[in-house]
Design a protein around this ligand. Structure first.
Ligand code: G16
Length: 541
């Protein structure tokens, strides 16, 4: 074993979901090693521990895993459970951590960010409950990155990641497992595979776009093998290290090919996509894109149609920027609704405590208490289960939902790679004027309330501040300003726009049209163009 002298890595505070950086930063001398040692030290060591290790297969995944294994061995870990060829989707990793009762896991992914030598890489630690590290643990890891003076690594040959079975590395056991089967078994327990299979027997057509990312093998096993959907149902199903040169983010912009199919001639009945590491999802019916906030609300409303949720839900949780559509479902069902800061880690305590059963975020994440991550294929299967049981189409289900609960028109406008000082200045200026906003009017829209979101965890009492600036308007409109925690270049300003419509005659407009007054008010209140130099968002979803 070698102990390598090293230097602290400055300013590497992990963001919303672990540490994400340009791949070349992770590949620079000692960077990955310093971060891995800081994780191990931040969780009070891994001596005698069992860890799950795997990633989304992006460029540098396999090399990084070899380093992590040699460092885990040097730090005294007893066993590492590794997905074959280094592959594990994020939800599958979460499931394995829980199923095998391990001490946590290291997941290599920059999620929906592009992959490649000149693109993004990421690494995060998930705890023994299978979920992303809490803020407290993340802070400890960060503190270690600023103090580190040495890391431990053994010298050894590469482990053959393609060979299933157990082998040893130093004194540590490395167990290479099939990354798909445990996860597929779990899905089969949760959902009515007979009913879903019946859809396909009846000629129902679906296109699942794996976006050249990690869910390809999972989707093929589940849809084409176990549910016997026709071969070819899964598109772009072979993971590639640069995601086929694409941007594996399942939204109408980056999954445009799927949108074109679903809005084109001879479209299938149902379309879905997931992201780089398999935790996000996009749902689109025949000519009917489902916004993630609506998806959460519909799934929560009808989850009892799937076996795992037949007894109803304990509660629903959504991130603050997610629309309030799910709130009215919770109200109608008489169950608790929780509004948390952005980041799946905030759902962990609620799920562990049995207070929430289903969680969701506007950023295309939905999931439940079956794992401690959001889960793209889970959301697709729950939609399919509901379609099978109701016999309705996606657009019929949406129309029913809006007629019953009203519609939260919703959109997110992203300004990417903005100068960090300009973005921070914009947020500070909003913060400074919060008290003066109440009663102010923008293009006829009066502000009813404005604040900066803070959260007190109802389970452990921890307090999180500065989680986004919210401005509420008379009549049910809202705009939220927040800086992304997952970007790797400059700052990304996210502007979340929402308006509740309950008039039955006004439920079927284009969201950008319905939201036009809120969009104008958001620009006026924040001075986006003056401060960032951007006259239009880079991405509208
Ligand atoms: C991560 C977290 C999500 C969160 C998202 C926010 O997603 O896991 O819970 O909603 O970040 O991203 P941002 O801070 O950029 O708005 P993922 O899919 O990137 O792991």
């Amino acid at each position: 074993m070698s102990t390598i002298q090293t230097n602290p890595i400055d300013g590497q505070k992990p963001g919303t979901s672990g540490l994400r950086k340009k791949t070349r930063v992770f590949m620079s001398p000692h960077f990955l090693e310093n971060y891995v040692q800081s994780i191990f030290d931040g969780i009070d060591g891994v001596d005698g521990s069992t860890l799950v290790v795997g990633g989304d297969g992006r460029y540098f995944n396999d090399r990084a895993i070899q380093v992590i294994l040699r460092m885990a061995a040097a730090n005294g870990a007893a066993r590492c459970i590794v997905g074959q060829n280094g592959i594990l989707s994020t939800p599958a990793a979460s499931h394995l951590i829980r199923k095998r009762g391990t001490d946590g896991g290291l997941i290599l992914s920059a999620s929906h960010n592009p992959g490649g030598a000149d693109e993004d890489f990421g690494l995060k630690y998930n705890g023994p409950n299978g979920g992303p590290a809490s803020d407290g643990v993340t802070d400890k890891i960060f503190a270690k990155t600023t103090e580190i003076t040495a890391y431990k690594i053994i010298e050894a040959k590469d482990v053959a990641l393609s060979r299933l079975g157990a082998t040893t590395l130093g004194d540590m056991v490395v167990e290479i497992i099939d990354p798909v089967s445990d996860y597929a078994d779990l899905m089969e327990e949760l959902f009515d595979f007979n009913a879903i299979g019946g859809l396909f027997v009846g000629g129902f057509r679906m296109r699942f776009d794996a976006m050249h990312a990690v869910t390809g093998p999972y989707a093929k096993e589940i849809f084409e093998n176990r549910l016997e959907a026709p071969m070819g149902t899964v598109a772009h199903g072979v993971p590639s290290e640069d995601f086929g040169g694409g941007h594996p983010d399942p939204n109408p912009i980056w999954a445009k090919e799927l949108m074109d199919v679903m809005y084109g001639e001879d479209a299938p009945d149902f379309g879905a996509a997931s992201d780089g590491d398999g935790d996000r999802n996009m749902i689109v019916g025949l000519g009917a894109y489902v916004s993630p906030s609506d998806s959460l609300a519909v799934l929560a409303d009808l989850a009892h149609l799937a076996p795992a949720y037949a007894d109803g839900l304990a509660g629903i949780a959504r991130s603050m920027p997610t629309s309030g559509a799910a709130d009215r479902v919770a109200e109608a069902k008489g169950i608790e609704i929780f509004e948390t800061p952005t980041g799946w880690k905030f759902f962990g305590n609620l799920l562990d405590a049995g207070r929430a059963t289903i969680c969701g975020e506007e950023s295309a994440g939905t999931g439940s208490n079956h794992v401690r991550e959001k889960d793209g294929l889970w959301a697709v299967l729950l939609w399919l289960n509901i379609l099978a049981k109701t016999g309705k189409s996606v657009s019929e289900l949406l129309a029913d939902h809006w007629a019953k609960y009203g519609r939260n028109y919703y959109s997110r406008h992203d300004y990417e790679a903005v100068d960090s000082d300009a973005a921070n200045g914009l947020m500070q200026a909003l913060r400074d004027q919060l008290d003066d906003l109440e009663g102010a009017s923008f293009g006829g829209l009066a502000v009813s309330h404005a604040d900066e979101f803070a959260y007190d965890d109802p389970v452990d009492g921890s307090h999180s501040e500065s989680q986004g600036i919210r401005i509420f308007f008379e009549g049910g409109g809202r705009v939220v300003f927040r800086l992304s925690g997952t970007g790797t270049q400059g700052a990304t300003l996210r502007v979340y726009l929402e308006m509740l419509e309950t008039d039955p005659a006004q439920l079927h407009h284009d969201p950008q049209d319905a939201l036009a007054p809120i969009i104008a008010a958001a620009q006026a209140v924040a001075g986006i163009e003056e401060r960032t130099g951007r006259s239009a968002p880079d991405v509208i979803t």
